[in-house]
Design a protein around this ligand. Structure first.
Ligand code: NAD
Length: 477
């Protein structure tokens, strides 16, 4: 049973919205309706804007210590309800319960981290040029934030925004993804119960383009934070321009994986096969273009295929399941299209390449070999369980191919030679580089892309800085 009551949170009050509009929430593992999700009306959005303005003034006036007490309490509540929230997350997103539980734990940790880091939003004193003058640089919260998050990490995508904004002293209007609303609602309840003042966190749902257009048109919101596709990032950035709002853009990726000739192949395969099919490949940092040194290629393909055959696929709530469904039926057609195109251009399908069953939205983990550079999958983000592989022979060649796309989010390197690792790290045009492992996201380290994968970081001190502005004060006493 789906246990979260889906409501909007505006000015500290939970409601079903003023116009009774909404949509069904679907379980991607079964295709069944889980609940009805209310939509905010234009009047509701206006109330959320006013509330965020009022909430900002109250929250900003509190000390970082006072804010941290409330945030730490919220983190404790998230942790105490971890199993229940993870169940909600798996039901709406499909990922295995163990992954969902890890994500909720990350959210409690990130909330605590931002609560503490908010106490360290130091400014500085700058020596003056004139006698008697004191020059001070202050960091201030930027103002009410409009935030939009993708469905692939229903917990961590939203908590980075809530905790980042609140840790810095900002209020927030969050529009989580309509596909995965319950996790954000559960977090909202934790923060409310912990004592966050009315208006500091507002949560709305609706038709995404209508909600974002309305919230971005308003001069009240001073900052936009998006985790989503590059296409939507470009739209929101244009809309933010009219009122010169600051933006953080966490957008799409197409991560290259370079497997050098001296890599420890068994360990490399264990790591990358697990990383590729995590969340059914629906991860912005998912390893995507596999460039394997020609001397290892055939062994790599055999080892990859053997591991794929052992992946347990099913409903994320079932014991031992390692890969769940895709988020929606429309994504199955996208996978079929990318596979058909790769095949037509000469790639081989080693395993997978088809939908599994006819209930829920399952797609087989798919290994493609000898994929030519002009196949669509080599430049379009698949955001699914497809692994296109190809071989390379020289360092310069592989770097040129790895850096050839407009994206620049994650990238991965496998080698035993740390000199070669460093040379590769420095040459990659990406915001994140993982060497011999793929864990590129923690609460205390900056996470973000470059080029058309966006700009600005979440997590780490950069994540707090993103919600702050600078004020210079000079005093002649
Ligand atoms: P999306 O861009 O369609 O939606 C992201 C969010 O923006 C949702 O909440 C959506 O409702 C909202 N939105 C606001 N205005 C919108 C508009 N005008 N039109 C459509 N949506 C609007 O992204 P998606 O397909 O849900 O998510 C997958 C994408 O997110 C992938 O490209 C993935 O790489 C990216 N992503 C990036 C990161 C990162 O940190 N860089 C993390 C996770 C996902």
């Amino acid at each position: 049973m789906y246990s979260e009551k889906l409501e909007l949170l505006i000015d500290g009050v939970w409601s079903a919205g003023s116009e009774g509009k909404g949509e069904d929430l679907i379980n991607p593992a079964t295709g069944e309706v889980l609940a009805r999700l209310p939509h905010a009306s234009v009047a509701d959005l206006d109330r959320a804007l006013e509330a965020s303005d009022k909430g900002f003034k109250v929250w900003k006036a509190m000390t970082a210590q006072q804010r941290a007490v409330i945030m730490n309490k919220a983190a404790d509540l998230i942790e105490a309800r971890k199993n229940e929230i993870a169940r909600t997350l798996t039901q709406e997103n499909g990922k295995p319960l163990v992954e969902a539980t890890g994500e909720v734990q990350f959210s409690a940790d990130a909330t605590r981290w931002y609560a503490e880091e908010g106490k360290r939003a130091y400014g500085r004193i700058v020596p003056a040029r004139l006698p008697g003058v004191r020059q001070m640089v202050f960091k201030e919260p930027i103002g009410p934030v409009a935030a939009f998050a993708a469905w692939n990490f229903p917990a961590s995508n939203v908590i980075r925004k809530i905790a980042g904004a609140l840790g810095a002293g900002c209020s927030i209007i969050l529009k989580p993804a309509e596909e995965t609303p319950g996790t954000a609602v559960a977090f909202g309840r934790c923060f409310q119960e912990a004592g966050v003042p009315a208006g500091v966190i507002n949560i709305v749902f609706g038709v995404p383009a209508e909600v974002s257009t309305h919230l971005l048109r308003s001069p009240i919101t001073r900052k936009v934070s998006l985790t989503g596709s590059t296409a939507v990032g470009k739209i929101l950035q244009k809309q933010a321009a009219d009122t010169l709002k600051r933006c953080t853009m966490e957008l799409g990726g197409h991560a290259p994986v370079i497997v050098h000739a001296d890599a420890d192949l068994e360990k490399t395969l264990d790591t990358i096969v697990a990383a590729k099919f995590r969340n059914a490949g629906q991860v912005c940092t998912s390893p995507t273009r596999f460039f394997v040194h020609e001397s290892l290629y055939e062994t790599f393909i055999d080892g990859f295929a053997a591991r794929v055959s052992r992946i347990k696929i099913g409903n994320g709530l079932d014991e031992g399941v390692q890969m769940g469904p895709m988020i929606a039926a429309r994504r199955l057609d996208v996978m079929d299209g990318l596979v058909a195109d790769a095949k037509a251009k000469g790639a081989g399908v080693v395993t997978g390449g088809e939908r599994l069953g006819n209930k829920g939205y399952f797609y087989a983990p798919t290994l493609l070999r000898d994929v030519p550079e002009d196949a669509r999958i080599m430049s379009e983000e698949p955001f699914g369980p497809l692994a296109p592989t190809t071989r390379f022979s020289t360092f310069d060649e592989v770097i040129e191919r790895a850096n050839s796309l407009p994206y620049g989010l994650a990238s991965f390197v496998f080698t035993r030679d740390m000199g070669l690792a460093q040379k590769t790290e420095m040459a990659l045009d990406a915001g994140l580089v993982g060497v011999n492992h793929t864990m590129v996201s923690t609460p205390e380290t900056p996470f973000g892309g470059v080029n058309e994968s966006g700009y600005g970081s979440e997590s780490g001190i950069e994540g707090l800085e993103a919600y702050m502005r600078t004020k210079f004060v000079t005093e002649l006493g």
